[in-house]
Design a protein around this ligand. Structure first.
Ligand SMILES: C[S@@+](CC[C@H](N)C(=O)[O-])C[C@H]1O[C@@H](n2cnc3c(N)ncnc32)[C@H](O)[C@@H]1O
Ligand SMILES: [Zn+2]
Length: 290
């Protein structure tokens, strides 16, 4: 974590500013704890990645294997103790997302060259330089690291520690990755002048998510894409959107849709699942502005 990110982060529980305890650092903070002095919630920084999750033991409850790996990885004794005590408070659940998240990390690493990303880069390339940009569901950071080449400060949010560990391999002094939930108010009332949310609408209640993002943009660009693949059994969202309702919802929130994305599009997005299988999506892209 970059020390300069501290001024942007807020406690996900009470929105207060956080205090930083550094245990290990070189160019950036490798191990540490972010602490809220008001509600006493603590957020670990492990292997350079801040985990701003409301209750670390809840985060580990569905990632016990990851918890064991993190415990092994941590060098500082205070942080090790925090990790151990969080592990001891995890809920009993059979659902462990560790391997699933590691598998998707590999899939994104193998799919970096999908034409989809170069298409989006063209659109982003034409935007003016922003002060503060944010990508939701950044995974291994394909687009976030591209944003950091031309925008002043860039954040990427994802709940997958495994994906962010790969993203973190390339250091930039204006680029930060955070483990957090899409709907967590980790930035308090900060406003962004560019927000990206690519192919994530199936994973969060879309209308709530759009409302959350809308509050983070008073004047700026919003780039959203989706293949509308909402049919996910018990994991499906309650209120899915489609090409039309996504656009009307954005307009209701005060966004103006760029004329060139008023009509739905079909951009190929190909994910290489393994050497013999691919997942082919046709993705709709919207460039919006307030
Ligand atoms: C379908 S992938 C899209 C990745 C990337 N945006 C792209 O288009 O290549 C969704 C990403 O969102 C993350 N994610 C899903 N639900 C999330 C949530 N509630 N909070 C934070 N990240 C989440 C996943 O870990 C995953 O990396
Ligand atoms: Zn707090």
């Amino acid at each position: 974590m970059l020390e300069s990110s501290l001024e942007y982060f807020r406690c996900v529980r009470c929105s207060s500013k956080l205090e930083l305890n550094i245990f290990k650092e070189s160019k950036e903070i490798i191990e540490g704890i972010l602490e809220c002095k008001k509600c006493h919630e603590q957020f670990p920084i492990i292997d350079k990645i801040p985990i701003l999750w409301d209750d670390f033991s809840l985060y580990l409850s569905s990632r016990k294997k990851l918890g064991g790996k993190l415990y092994q990885l941590i060098e500082n004794q205070n942080l090790k103790k925090f990790c151990k005590s969080s592990l001891s408070k995890t809920n009993k659940t059979n659902d462990d997302r560790t391997e699933l998240e590691e598998r998707w990390t590999r899939i994104y690493q193998n799919s970096k060259s999908s034409k989809f990303y170069s298409e989006i880069k063209k659109d982003i390339g034409s935007l003016k330089k922003s002060e503060l940009a944010l990508e939701y569901g950044c995974s291994i950071g394909i687009m976030t690291s591209f944003l950091a080449e031309s925008h002043r400060i860039v954040f990427g949010i994802d709940r997958s520690f495994s994906a962010l560990r790969i993203a973190k391999k390339s250091y930039k002094n204006n680029l930060e990755y955070v483990v957090a939930d899409f709907l967590s108010p980790i930035f308090g009332k900060s406003k962004f002048d560019l927000v990206l949310a690519l192919n994530v609408l199936e994973l969060v209640e879309p209308v709530k998510f759009l409302n959350h993002i809308s509050k983070q943009i008073t004047s700026g660009d919003f780039i959203i894409s989706d293949p509308y693949d909402f049919d996910r059994g018990i994991n499906s969202v309650k209120n899915p959107l489609n090409e039309k309702t996504l656009r009307t919802n954005l307009e209701k929130l005060g966004f103006k849709i760029n004329p060139k994305t008023k009509a739905p599009s079909s951009i190929p997005w190909i994910l290489k699942l393994n050497p013999r299988a691919t997942l082919n999506y046709d993705v709709d892209l919207i460039l919006a502005k307030k």
